[in-house]
Design a protein around this ligand. Structure first.
Ligand code: PMP
Length: 408
């Protein structure tokens, strides 16, 4: 191991190179967006009608075009009748579901507002989920995330509390650790007793088809398992095409029981006279079936897998011997999760920033932005070029070694 002076020299050299790199957000790279440019020429001015004769230019069709729901129902394993399309953002749908539950309650309970309610937050997790809770004063309870999903003993213990009304879940290729929930975990979450009859799983299947290896993970069917367990309304399922077609101009989806679909449509019908059916038909034409979606995702993989491979091989090479430093090897999704020795994450992020490598703020992957061990750092390699990913990861490694050495 190098001594502190040598590491400081190395860091100064890194600073002198004047990097300006960004590994912060899970955005598709321009080359990935290019894969969907043909969308912009669809459906074309000659095609004005959906399969059932609906004029796509006009108002109406609140639940979304049937042909689009059929395609994505197949992809997501949800009957088309139990799917609702949203606008360009599944995060917005999640936000709206929380707000609707707060203001008017769910299918089996009164308004959450005025009660002091809590959400379980498996962590490390997605900062924007936590931000919704923080915004509305929902208390967050951190639950450790294992390789199989949330720690079920902890979940069980907290569900005995009737104030626990919700739980954030990214069941497949989770943000940021990349783990997927085991079949047993999904079955338990669907069936586990909850003191609150209106407890909801916010099941954010954001990375449903975002594989990085040939070992394409399938997760268990939460809607079916919950229905079989007598909890049909427990899961709110979310997904979107944000990282499939165009991140800012995709389609989002809500999946749920018939009662939950009715509940959501009741709210949506008050805020819109209908979705953007031009975008919906364009998507149905561009990716006309589940096989087309799979083929399209393989093209994404060709672009991003080399970036993940580069991060992993540089971390192996540079930090393989560094005690207490570990990272995930995701089989899908958009992130690599790096753990550094306790108390070092903030310092690593600070050193990296001062050397021109922007990282997601340390702590962001935990409720209230507070990683109690100050250990976890989320890496998002998809957006920068391969060269930049390599340079950023080598720079990061210098910062990790220096931060660890400073604390020793
Ligand atoms: N959920 C997760 C887990 C995500 O990582 C992201 C994007 N980073 C989103 C939701 C956002 O999805 P959308 O673009 O559909 O709002």
């Amino acid at each position: 191991m190098k001594d502190l002076t040598a590491l400081r020299d190395e860091y100064q050299q890194l600073q002198a190179t004047g990097l300006k790199l960004d590994l912060t957000r899970g955005k598709p790279a321009p080359a990935q967006l290019d894969l969907s440019n043909a969308l912009l020429d669809l459906p074309g001015s000659a095609e004005l009608k959906a399969a059932d004769g609906t004029d796509i230019r006009n108002y109406g069709g609140l639940q979304g075009l049937a042909e689009l729901r059929a395609i994505w129902g197949d992809v997501l394993g949800i009957p088309a009748g139990q799917l609702v399309t949203g606008g360009n953002s599944s995060l917005a749908l999640m936000h709206d579901c929380v707000v609707a539950a707060l203001l008017t309650g769910t299918t089996d309970g009164p308004a959450w507002a005025g009660q002091s309610i809590k959400f379980l937050c498996p962590a490390p997790g997605y900062d924007r989920h936590f931000a919704i809770c923080e915004r509305f004063g929902i208390e967050m309870i951190t639950v450790p995330l294992t390789d199989d999903g949330p720690d079920l003993d902890e979940v069980r213990r907290h569900l005995a509390d009737p104030q626990v009304k919700g739980m954030w879940c990214v069941p497949k290729y989770s943000n940021p650790t990349g783990i997927s929930y085991s079949a047993e975990t999904v079955a338990e979450l669907a069936a586990m007793p909850a003191a609150a009859p209106d407890f909801r799983l916010f099941w954010d299947n954001a990375y449903a088809v975002h594989h990085l290896t040939d070992d394409e993970v399938e997760i268990a069917d939460v809607l079916k398992l919950a229905a079989n367990a007598g909890n049909p309304d427990r899961p709110f399922v979310f997904a979107s095409t944000s990282k499939i077609t165009l991140a800012g101009s995709g389609i989002s989806f809500f999946g749920g029981s018939a009662a939950n679909v009715k509940w959501l449509l009741g709210h949506l019908g008050k805020r819109t006279i209908g979705p953007d059916k031009v975008n919906e038909l364009r998507h149905a034409r561009f990716l006309p079936d589940a096989d087309a979606v799979r083929a399209h995702m393989r093209r994404h993989r060709e672009i991003i897998q080399p970036k993940f491979d580069a991060v992993l091989s540089i971390l192996d090479e540079e930090l393989g011997d560094e005690k207490g430093v570990t990272w995930t090897r995701p089989a899908g999704g958009y992130f690599i999760s790096l753990d550094v020795p306790d108390g070092c994450a903030r310092r690593v992020v600070e050193l990296a920033a001062e050397a021109g490598v922007k990282l997601t703020p340390a702590g962001a992957t935990f409720p209230y932005g507070d990683d109690p061990a100050d250990r976890n750092i989320r890496l998002a390699p998809t957006f920068p070029t391969l060269d930049d990913v390599e340079a950023a990861t080598r720079g990061l490694a210098v910062c990790v070694r220096l931060a660890v050495s400073e604390r020793a």
